[in-house]
Design a binder for this molecule. Sequence first.
Ligand code: MN
Length: 440
Amino acid sequence: MSLRGFLSELEGEGEVYRVKAQVSPRFEAAAIIRKLEEKAAIYLEKIEGFDIPVVAGVCATRRRLFKALRVDGNLDFYQRLLEAFSNPSRCRVVDDGPVREVSEEPDLSKLPILTFYEGDGGPYLTAGLVYARSGGVENVSIHRLMVLDKRRLAIRIVPRHLYRLWREAREKGKPLDVAITVGVHPALMLAASSPAPFGTSEYEVANKLLGGSLKLVEGEIVEGYAPAEAEIFLEGRILPNVEVEEGPFTDVTGTYDAVRRQPVVEVLRVHRRRNPIYQTILPAGLEHRLLMGIGYEAKIWSAVRNVTPEVGGVNLTVGGCGWLHAVVAIGKQREGDGKNALMAAFAAHPSLKHVVVVDLDIDVYNLEMVEWALATRFQGDRDLLVLREARGSTLDPSASPEGLTTKLGFDATRPLNLPPEAFRRAEIPGAEEACKKILK
Ligand code: MN
């Protein structure tokens, strides 16, 4: 259950695009990834100045992610992920594994860490899984890491789970040990970016998704674990009393996130495969948006099911940055169900800004159809829910400096007091067969 195992599976289906030409780690690699990640995972064989190849876009589409997890579509995925949150499975710790083929002194300048956008503060490691433990709580999450020098990275820690563990250590004046892993199977990428509850180890969530096959190795110096089949494993610690300027960095919205004082990771030891692959995520790209959003889709799906029993699909749209906009399809039974579904969706994902609720005959992944539902089933005076000055996402540059935003809910379900025929999409009988017969 490794990154390279999944890549060879994808390659067998022609879904890996290999670039043999030399590519600069500054901007050129980012440009290629942005151009290609919808079509295929990208394997950049020759990065100028490095002898380690770069892989990107491994989880850029639902199709690729579902294939890796062996799930059959969105609803199956939501159920499997929620099941893994409530029944995580303990991982086996082993003495050795491929990630420990080579152990060496840290030198981050040997890794092909990319610089993505014009205004970014420097090269950023974007697909690093950060494991930490404090008390009985283990946490694994993905954080952007800005390269400072050969041994140090600035780490952006938003006030979520890792923040709590780091704050506990800092209050005692102690560093927080971290195990940072690069190059892992999609189940680990997904688990580490998903909204598992505090106290649940995302390794154990990934292990559940992988049917119990995830093995971990322990650090030599730090108290921390890495997947035995990862490509690269950095042992390090977040220093208690050091902060540096981190940023600017292009976040999921595709706009530059502000420069802030952030903590520093000191890297103490590097373990890797003999010929490792360096994995990266293009900020604001398809993979970034899908990994950020899809776990919240599962939470929204579950929350909306509490108010309307039948929920067809949830789409945190790419245009909405995989984070701010959702479309939800419900089986409306009574008038007002649409509004309740809107409130449930907002409660399940506090960063949501605009939500559209549609009937089950609308494909939530087809945004032209969603707009059609708005055009033919929605009336602004009756079907619009306006929530002024609610707490929203700090990533939205149009929110107030205090992080307040106006949320809109669009109930584009068909009104039940009017005849259903008026809202039915007209069909041409036998259309598919006719085209097949006549056009060949
Ligand atoms: Mn967590």
